[in-house]
Design a protein around this ligand. Structure first.
Ligand code: GAL
Length: 676
């Protein structure tokens, strides 16, 4: 597997409806049939038009091997169809039924220490298991034969969040599949030995039969083996998606997708290599309160999903009305926050927004997870907010298919994350995603919209490209960045970039390897800082976590170190390269200093922040030929003012002159482009 670029943009979601999708996961199997009738009535009241069902339906639809019982699903689909609600039909393969794991315990997943994981939760299967695959595909076939042409079905939902729990399986079946994948990649065992650097610690293999997954070791393991196992594992799950999709496409012409997890806590899949297989790009996103600014991470996830969609509209398949149940502290949403989060996804390109889930469960491990219809029922603030939101999403239907544009791109790579965050590196304090979030978050603060792109993606049209900690980089991908600068663009590249090739082999002759010439600097040693230590910088700020003796080889120093062994030496540099400039950042900057640096580079590139943006106020614009929709999201606890004039679709009234948005408030203002 190599990182590939997203499929070209394909226009609107193509789910057959007009307007935006608004909906939810629905698990009717948890309820009596009388409740279904009430549910469908209430769904209409809330404006729901797309419902994901049968996501966890396997043990109901196939209670015993080969015995299918679709009666309940028939009824639910007909009820939804009768109410004009489209169905996102799950293939039901995400959670194995007890009969399968009882008869075939060999499908169970095995973790790195060699112990298997039992059924009782979900995703209790090895992604490489041929037995699991055979049974899953039989179910998919039976389901597609029955519903492939059903007019209610708008979308196929393969499995669910593939790899959420079982991304890596270390069993013997996986080991054999891994060997097959390695044979295909390397051809000969000599080539594998070269790729993994097995001359180190007597690891040379004589035969593929000796190769194992990176099971738990006493010392640090082989990094090449670890990265290849990550690549293999992502490919295996994609292979499962493909197998299900192939059955679906042979029996139905409805679009096929699976829900991605572009999130801070799940990073096992290289979605850049998945996009070409999706008819619709769909993502699940939950605010992560373990992070300092969950709503800013939301913006990053949404920008990344738009990147995966190649700039085209995408579907938010799941988010929550309130608290989840799987974080240490499950924080409820404040009044207005659900609306703000929904608007943030739409602002950044979603043409549909759905929740997990419709009706809050009363049993099972998700019973304390929020829902559109909470335990309290319709006499609840959540329900009232949901109904109001449904009305707003309907009004927002007019912006379907419109686009977000950005002058700035940030390069992001899951493959790089696997490599950069491996053990036995100069410091464990450096976490790739934190560095990416830091730069994306700084641009968010400045009111600059950013596209998230894969390494190697074309950079034409971007004035500035930001490259945080791109440790692993292929020559041709580094060349795209250098060419961009040579042609007049700007690049900001940070420490610990360009260090290794795709075999995790260090580029010698001075860091930052692949970017040394572009940046006009040379570094001969890493000087990570001790926990809590900081180094003074000439602009009055401090650097932390990382520092480097930067020798200038054509670049000029912009900021220098002002204390410690590097005092007087360059910390931030600028190099003219062709028509553009390449900036190097050799330490972790404070937030203010990072923003200041970005401001300077943006200024040089002629990029201006959104005029309406101000501290705490997120501003994003979507446009089509005629209109611009300005999303103004006040994340702060004070009122803010702006002068955008047009029609506010949230309050559904015109705005002119100076408008105030109260704490936590949201406005979405439609403007006529010809007049604006
Ligand atoms: C998702 C999953 C849903 C539900 C939800 C709870 O990861 O797809 O089935 O578990 O999380 O937040």
């Amino acid at each position: 597997m190599t990182t590939t670029l997203p499929a070209p943009a394909t226009g609107a979601l193509g789910l057959g409806s007009t307007g935006l999708a608004f909906g939810c996961d629905y698990n009717p199997e948890q309820w009596d049939p009388e409740v279904w009738v009430q549910d469908v009535r209430l769904m209409r009241e809330a404006g729901v038009n797309l419902v994901a069902i049968n996501v966890f339906g396997w043990s109901h639809v196939e209670p015993r091997q080969g015995e299918y019982d679709f009666a309940a699903l028939d009824r639910v689909i007909d009820l939804l169809h009768g109410a004009g609600i489209g169905v996102d039909l799950g293939t039901g393969t995400a959670s194995t039924p007890p009969w399968l794991t009882t008869r075939h315990p060999e499908v169970l997943p095995v973790v790195a220490d060699g112990t298997s994981r039992w059924p009782g939760g979900r995703q209790a299967f090895c992604p490489s298991s041929p037995i699991y695959r055979e049974h899953a595909l039989a179910l998919v076939r039976a389901t597609a034969e029955r519903y492939g042409d059903h007019p209610a079905v708008k979308l196929w939902h393969v499995s669910n969040e593939l790899g959420c729990h079982n991304a890596h399986c270390y069993c013997d079946v996986s080991a054999e599949a891994f060997r097959g994948w390695l044979r295909a990649r390397y051809g000969t065992i000599e080539e594998l030995n070269a790729a993994w650097g097995t001359s180190f610690w007597s690891q040379r293999y004589a035969d593929f039969a000796e190769v194992l997954p990176p099971r738990a070791t006493l010392s640090s393991g082989n990094p090449g083996q670890a990265i290849d196992f990550d690549r293999f594992s992502s490919d295996e799950l994609l292979g499962h998606h493909r197998a299900e999709a192939e059955v679906l496409r042979s029996l139905s012409d409805k679009p096929v997708t699976t829900n991605f997890m572009v999130a801070a806590h799940i990073t096992a899949l290289d979605y850049w290599s998945w996009t070409a297989d999706m008819d619709v790009i769909a993502n699940d996103h939950y605010l992560d309160h373990r992070l300092p600014r969950p709503h800013v991470e939301l913006a990053f996830a949404a920008d990344t999903t738009r990147g995966l969609a190649g700039g085209a509209p995408w579907l938010l398949m799941e988010h929550s009305t309130g608290a989840v149940n799987w974080q240490p502290n499950n924080i409820a949403k404040a009044p207005g926050e659900m609306l703000r989060n929904t608007a943030a996804h739409i602002a950044r390109g979603a043409d549909g927004v759905c929740f997990f889930q419709w009706r809050a469960s009363v049993q099972g491990s998700e019973k304390f997870h929020s829902a559109m219809l909470p335990h309290a029922g319709t006499e609840s603030s959540t329900w009232h907010e949901v109904v109001a939101l449904g009305g707003l999403v309907e009004r927002l239907g007019e912006l379907r298919g419109s686009r977000v544009t950005a002058d700035v791109a940030i390069v992001f790579s899951w493959e790089n994350q696997w490599a950069a965050d491996l053990e036995a590196h100069p410091t464990t304090a450096l976490k790739y995603l934190e560095q990416v979030h830091a730069f994306h978050g700084a641009l968010w603060d400045l009111g600059v919209t950013v596209d998230v792109v894969a390494p190697g993606a074309p950079l034409d049209g971007y004035a500035v490209v930001v490259v945080p900690e791109l440790y692993l980089v292929r020559d041709e991908h580094a060349a795209v960045i250098a060419d961009h600068v040579a042609a007049g663009g700007r690049a900001i590249i940070t420490f610990f970039s360009g260090i290794v090739d795709d075999r995790d082999r260090v580029r010698t002759g001075g860091y930052p390897g692949a970017f040394r010439e572009l940046l006009g600097v040379r570094v001969d040693e890493f000087l990570p800082l001790a926990a809590g230590d900081a180094v003074a910088l000439s602009d009055g700020s401090t650097g932390s976590v990382w520092s480097e003796p930067v020798a200038l080889r054509g670049a000029e120093a912009v900021v220098t170190y002002a204390s410690g062994p590097l005092a007087g030496g360059p910390a931030v540099t600028r190099n003219t390269h062709g028509q553009g400039s390449a900036w190097y950042v050799s330490t972790v900057l404070e937030d203010d200093a990072r923003r200041e640096l970005l401001r300077r580079v943006l200024d040089e590139a002629g990029v201006t922040p959104d005029p309406a943006a101000q501290p705490g106020l997120e501003v994003v614009r979507r446009r089509d030929e005629q209109h611009e929709w300005v999303f103004l999201l006040n994340h702060s606890d004070r009122a803010v003012q702006h002068t955008e004039a047009g029609h506010d679709l949230v309050a559904d009234h015109p705005v002119t002159g100076t408008t105030v948005i109260g704490p936590g408030g949201t406005q979405i203002i439609r403007k006529d482009r010809k007049r604006s």
